[in-house]
Design a protein around this ligand. Structure first.
Ligand code: COA
Length: 229
């Protein structure tokens, strides 16, 4: 238990250039929000929904981070700064995910109702910039990066970087790409793959062309045909 706490604090310290010690990290709102969530989620799995919600609301009050007790969160999740983060009930967050303040993992379709998957799945090692809104039951692939203030409503391929509204992939310059984890958005190891980025850009372009083609086809279908004289 102590070992895993120390391991977690070290992993947070490694991701925050301003952290000087484990004791300092222990004061972080994101660390406490996760602790409150672990308790809330435990009650949720036991179907004590009121108690689960109580602990989640206490966590929210103390940290400014709202995590629904039903959200599933893996190992070494780190919310830096934290204030304004909202994580929905059916969100799934895998291991080593880093997130900044103001992020929403939200739903768009209330019709799916209680128990239906409404929120995103975030794969291992994803980094989500401040203010990003990731909406719907989509998946953000492993080690992808979501830019600050991006609005993501479609699947994101593994190792892709997406920015903007609506979020689109950007091609990174491989020569400038760091192999070390850098806070604020650069993942580590061999995860960056320019081929993946190019494929993702082509996929988005094809989607855009398909949408234009569909619009043209339906416009053509709706135009009344001139009858020959
Ligand atoms: C998306 C991100 C990870 C990319 O970082 P990077 O690898 O250093 O990429 P670059 O800065 O070289 O940007 C590549 C391109 O994307 C654009 N871009 C980068 N971030 C963007 C963003 N959030 N929104 C829109 N465009 C963005 C750049 O302008 C550049 O475009 P260009 O090639 O047309 O000039 C990073 O910019 C980001 O948003 N990180 C989150 C930081 C954050 O939340 N910090 C809060 C800490 S408190």
């Amino acid at each position: 238990m102590l070992q895993s706490l120390v391991g977690y604090l070290d992993s947070v310290k490694a991701r925050d250039p301003s952290a000087r010690s484990r004791w300092e990290v222990l004061l972080y709102a994101g660390v406490w929000a996760l602790a409150w969530h672990r308790i809330a989620h435990w009650f949720y799995t036991l179907e004590f929904y009121w108690l689960a919600r109580l602990f989640s609301q206490i966590g929210r009050l103390l940290t400014g981070i709202e995590i629904h007790p039903g959200a599933t969160i893996g190992k070494r999740f780190f919310i830096d700064h934290g204030m304004g983060v909202v994580i929905g009930e059916t969100a799934e967050i895998c291991d080593d995910v880093t997130m900044y303040h103001g992020v929403t993992l939200g739903g768009v379709d209330p019709a799916s109702g209680i128990g239906g998957k409404r929120h995103p799945t975030i794969a291992n090692g994803v980094i989500i910039g401040s203010g990003a809104q990731i909406l719907g039951p989509i998946t953000v692939g492993a080690n992808a990066r979501v830019g600050a203030n991006a609005v993501v409503t479609r699947e994101v391929m593994a190792a892709a970087t997406v920015v903007g509204i609506p979020a689109k992939p950007v091609l990174m310059d491989a020569a400038n790409f760091s192999r070390e984890f850098l806070a604020y958005g650069t993942p580590c190891d061999e995860r960056y793959d320019p081929q993946t980025q190019r494929l993702e850009i082509i996929r988005c372009e094809m989607e855009k062309l398909q949408a234009r083609l569909n619009a043209l086809e339906s416009e053509h279908r709706d135009t009344p045909r001139r009858t020959g004289s």
